[in-house]
Design a protein around this ligand. Structure first.
Ligand code: MG
Length: 288
């Protein structure tokens, strides 16, 4: 792989983690509340409802690391090993776990369940937020991406809108990693919106909730509008709502698109040390 491709892969994983850490302190806040407190939030302040340390990440990054560990620990894709990593993580009593994720992981722990049954309430963003390692592992193989995206999603979320968003975001990451233009990436979103018009993000409604459609629209709105990694992530997290997850998802995409070097050094410096070390170890191992 070229140096450029490797930079985009590292950019995706590190970008996801810094987006999570930047957005988490303003999770559940309204844009006006963020403005009153921070002006524009551009620094890793820590705090928020989870009382985070500056640079601390949340479940979005934690679960992505679980998937990466599950892939790298053995010979490639093994959904049971990924579920086992989720279970080990849940046992550490993480500061934040979404209800749908918790239910799916508990059903694996108690009953060995690897596929949660279809559920109309499963259209949250919990499966989408951990797609970065899946896209890196399946890079250049869209059929494999499709299978792995759905399998990992169904550990906790089984809903057509979540499935469609996971696959589309994975394809967008593949394109970004391969150096495709924003217009080319945009075509993938247009195809998704043809099948599921809910995902149409123009005009942008300004909703950044945990509903996968709102999350996806927010990420697309800012990715196709803002220029540069920092601007994409800053604009997205200042929209508030599920800001750690929108931050993680745009961070992954913008990191893949603009490359590792585009991520502000001051954010990387603040990023939790053990998380940064593990990403450094795993990001490129996913494509070996
Ligand atoms: Mg989170």
């Amino acid at each position: 792989m070229s140096d450029d491709t490797l930079s985009r892969i590292r950019g995706a994983f590190f970008g996801m983690a810094v987006g999570d850490a930047l957005g988490a302190p303003v999770e559940f806040m309204m844009p006006g509340e963020i403005k009153a407190r921070h002006g524009i939030l551009r620094e890793m302040t820590g705090g928020g409802w989870l009382r985070l340390k500056p640079g601390q990440v949340t479940d979005d990054t934690d679960m992505s690391l679980c998937i990466a560990r599950g892939i790298c620990a053995g010979n490639g894709w093994d959904i049971t090993r990924i579920a086992t990593e989720f279970a080990s993580w849940l046992k550490t009593r993480p500061i934040d776990v979404g209800d749908t994720c918790r239910r799916g992981i508990r059903n694996f722990m108690l009953h060995g369940q690897l596929e949660t049954p279809p559920n109309e309430w499963d259209a949250g963003n919990g499966a989408l937020m951990r797609m970065v390692p899946v896209a890196i592992y399946t890079v250049s193989d869209d059929a494999l991406l499709h299978r792995c995206a759905i399998e990992q999603a169904h550990l906790t979320h089984n809903h057509p809108l979540s499935d469609a968003a996971c696959v589309c975001y994975g394809k967008m990451l593949h394109l970004a990693i391969s150096g495709a233009s924003r217009n080319r990436i945009r075509r993938e979103v247009n195809l998704l919106a043809e099948e599921f018009p809910n995902f149409n993000f123009e005009p942008y409604k300004g909703l950044a909730t945990g509903y996968v459609v709102d999350t996806f629209q927010t990420v697309c709105h800012y990715f196709f509008r803002a220029k540069g990694f920092e601007e994409c992530v800053v604009a997205t997290v200042n929209q508030g709502g599920d800001a750690d997850t929108t931050g993680a998802i745009i961070g992954g995409l913008a990191g893949a698109y603009y490359g590792f070097e585009s991520i502000p050094g001051r954010w990387l410096k603040k990023l939790d040390r053990s998380v940064a070390k593990e990403i450094e170890d795993l990001a490129l191992s996913l494509v070996k």
